[in-house]
Design a protein around this ligand. Structure first.
Ligand code: AMP
Ligand code: MG
Length: 390
């Protein structure tokens, strides 16, 4: 069955390379396009969310489970275990597809991290071995008949080391986007996307801490957001029920969603834009911002490069941090570009190139107003930089 599945997939890849562009775009938007990929991605993200929720409930206050990465962001046992789950599912379903993932398993292999490694293996194994639900298949490595050795799971984590680039079909994985939000019990997201020839064609985002109904914050939490190119964007519950087409909500206030981390964005500049457009600022961690925007809770998601000090290079954004969110916005009928109105680049490699920020809205007319308000805010902030004649 696995062989059958893999050969079908290889045929699909050959298909992409050989057929004319006009037909390729038709196949991308046919109602059946990426149906298997969608179900695989939902299964992978849902099971990764089981891991992250378990970790939060059992271990998150135990800070010995947190390692420091070079970039200083906290990496938890949940991060590794969630990536092990997602990559195991992808490897079983689509053995040939490259994966661009955030984590590597080097730290887990160190002798001093035996306890951490054992926890990662146990969490990932439990999530993969849970009983199948509707839409899931055993050949994706799921269910109790599969064993998962420690080495196989570490190898799966390392499978996420692809360099990205144009003219290929590849997955992006961010096992816990917004680790800081995760650690403080706020918003975080388990994010997966499929990119074909630099275009995002599928995005799945699991948000265990987003309430199902925006107007009822005390009700059940846990959503999974799904978008396929040409097929719309939907919110499901993490338990697998009730697909709602996005957007489905209209907020009374006009919110501008922005990063909760002051080092990740230019807060004073966003404040100028918000003041001009009478928007209310709403800080939130992770790609949950894209999800809230897509369902109608916010008006704008604005992310601007944080000012750099002492000649430091500006941060280069990563494809796994924006690919799933961007297709969700577009398929909800919205628009996303950089802050100058140019399309986002998903075919440059693991990074997205020179950082001009991000503007996402569900309302196209508002998008144009935000882009021009940014220009005025930049001029007010630094007249010399934006206008070299001054
Ligand atoms: P957010 O919660 O929206 O700030 O997004 C979290 C993501 O920001 C993380 O997954 C990081 O990949 C990314 N990130 C880390 N450092 C920076 C930075 N200096 N500027 C912008 N984004 C960053
Ligand atoms: Mg991230």
């Amino acid at each position: 069955m696995l062989l059958y599945h893999a050969s079908k997939h290889l045929i699909a890849q050959a298909h992409f390379r050989d057929i004319p562009r006009r037909l390729l775009s038709m196949s991308l938007t046919s109602p059946e396009a990426f149906s298997v990929e969608k179900h695989v991605a939902i299964a992978a993200v849902r099971r990764a969310c089981l891991v992250t929720s378990t970790v939060f409930n059992q271990l998150v206050r135990d800070r010995t489970d947190t390692l420091k990465k070079e970039d200083d962001s906290p990496v938890t046992v949940g991060d590794y275990a969630a990536q092990a789950v997602i990559n195991t599912v992808l490897r079983n379903a689509f053995p040939e597809d490259p994966i661009v993932g955030e984590e590597g398993a080097d730290a887990l292999r160190q002798g001093s991290n035996t306890k951490l490694r054992e926890r990662v293996v146990s969490l990932a194994t439990n999530a993969l071995r849970e009983d199948l639900i509707d839409g899931e298949k055993a050949q994706w490595g799921l269910g109790s008949q599969h064993e998962h050795s420690s080495e196989a799971l570490l190898k799966a984590i390392d499978e996420g080391n692809d360099t990205g680039g144009p003219n290929k079909r590849m997955w992006t994985v961010d096992p816990i986007d917004g680790t800081k939000g995760f650690l403080r019990g706020g918003q975080y997201a388990v994010c997966l996307s499929l990119i074909v020839n630099s275009q995002v064609v599928l995005g799945v985002i699991g948000c265990p801490n987003i309430q199902i109904h925006p107007a009822s914050p005390d009700e059940e939490k846990g959503c999974i957001f799904v978008a396929v190119r040409g097929q719309g964007a939907f919110q499901n519950t993490l338990s697998g029920t009730s697909a709602i087409k996005l957007p489905f909500f209209s907020s009374e206030k006009s919110y501008v969603l922005q990063s909760e981390e002051s080092k990740h964005t230019n807060i004073p500049l966003i404040r100028r834009v918000s003041d001009e457009l009478h928007l209310t600022e709403w800080g939130m961690d992770s790609q949950a911002k894209y999800c809230c925007l897509a369902r109608g809770e916010g008006a704008v998601y604005l992310r601007m490069p944080a000012p750099t000090i002492g000649g430091k290079q500006p941060y280069e954004e990563r494809i796994w941090d924006h690919a799933p969110g961007s297709i969700l916005i577009e398929e909800a009928g919205g628009k996303i570009t950089d802050s100058e109105g140019a399309p986002l680049q998903f075919g440059l490699g693991r990074g997205m190139g020179e950082n001009h920020g991000f503007v996402a809205t569900v309302d196209e007319e508002l998008h144009a107003r935000v882009v021009s308000a940014i220009k005025r805010a930049q001029l007010a902030e630094d007249p010399k930089k934006t206008n070299p004649t001054l």
